[in-house]
Design a protein around this ligand. Structure first.
Ligand code: SAM
Length: 274
């Protein structure tokens, strides 16, 4: 890979989160973690020099890979030559209309070594907007992996954890030391698999769930009762009654409620017309 990059005068751009992978065992393991086979359509975000794309191409039915950096065009033309089932789209994925993209994909999963500067917005795009995505297997910074998979009541637990948990199971499949990347980043990473086909739960209103979660974590030092009063214009009595019905202890903070309880709270607020 180094040779191809050099030959094409490629320079790594920090602003695009360009930390490439080369280890073939690791690349194969990521694709195995995702459960990709010839029946799978894969959406990759960030082709880079095509190291992961090539392995995906060999194991998947179809691969669509986005890359923001057009200077990688000649590099990818070389590294992906012969990958007939693979298409590279040179656009900023963060600006794509996901529903529009899905129209051309059908059912698909995401596999990516994500650029760290847009990891959470990109994952949230799938969590909140996708209709046909079966899940994501993505390399993220270790700290982000901890937030995605945190238990209620811990300091890593937050609005993102609760949003992901509503859609499905989320677990770390492997830890990846920073030495595996070129250039080497400052922190270690982990591969996370978010499975939209298992776990998760339904709510009466997605919008109310999002607002409930936002409100629960709005001011971590305040009690949930106080946050609900200001966030949903409830009287103290109303807030207390709803929380009492859910057996939430008086004085509890939002971060102590597991995602399912936040879902039940959101349903009650929705039924109250909030
Ligand atoms: N997949 C390659 C690998 O594993 O070696 C490269 C991964 S590198 C961490 C992330 C890649 O995403 C970079 O090539 C970067 O240029 C690209 N990228 C960054 N922001 C992007 C965006 N908004 N849309 C599409 N690609 C992006």
């Amino acid at each position: 890979m180094e040779e191809v990059l050099k030959r094409n005068n490629f320079t790594f751009k920090k602003r695009y989160g360009q930390n490439f992978l080369t280890d073939s065992n690791l690349l194969g393991a990521i694709v195995s973690d995702a459960g990709v086979d010839k029946s799978t359509t894969v959406l990759e975000i960030g082709a880079g020099a095509g190291a992961l794309t090539r392995v995906l191409s060999a194991r998947a039915g179809r691969v669509i890979s986005y890359e923001i950096d057009k200077t990688l065009r000649p590099v990818l033309a070389e590294t992906l030559s012969g990958c007939e089932n693979t298409e590279v789209v040179f656009r900023d994925f963060a600006r794509e209309d996901l529903r529009e993209t899905e129209r051309t994909l059908g059912g698909y999963c995401v596999v990516a070594n994500l650029p760290y500067y847009v990891t959470t917005p990109i994952v949230m795009k799938f969590v909140e907007e996708s209709a046909l995505c079966t899940g994501l297997t993505v390399m993220v910074q270790e700290e982000v992996a901890r937030r995605f998979t945190a238990e209620a009541g811990t300091s890593d637990y937050g609005a993102v954890t609760a949003a992901i948990a509503r859609r499905g199971n989320c677990r770390v499949t492997r830890s990846v030391p920073k030495t595996m990347f070129t250039p080497r980043p400052n922190v270690d990473s982990a591969v996370v698999r978010i499975d939209f086909t298992a776990g998760g739960f339904s709510v009466l209103s997605e919008k109310t769930y999002r607002e409930t979660v936002r409100c629960a974590f709005l001011n971590r030092r305040k009690t949930l009762e106080n946050n609900l009063m200001s966030g949903f214009s409830l009287s103290r009595e109303e807030a207390r009654a709803i929380l009492g019905e859910l057996s939430v202890k008086e004085g509890a903070r939002g971060e102590t409620l597991p995602p399912q309880t936040l879902g039940a709270l959101s349903d009650r607020l929705f039924l109250l017309g909030k």
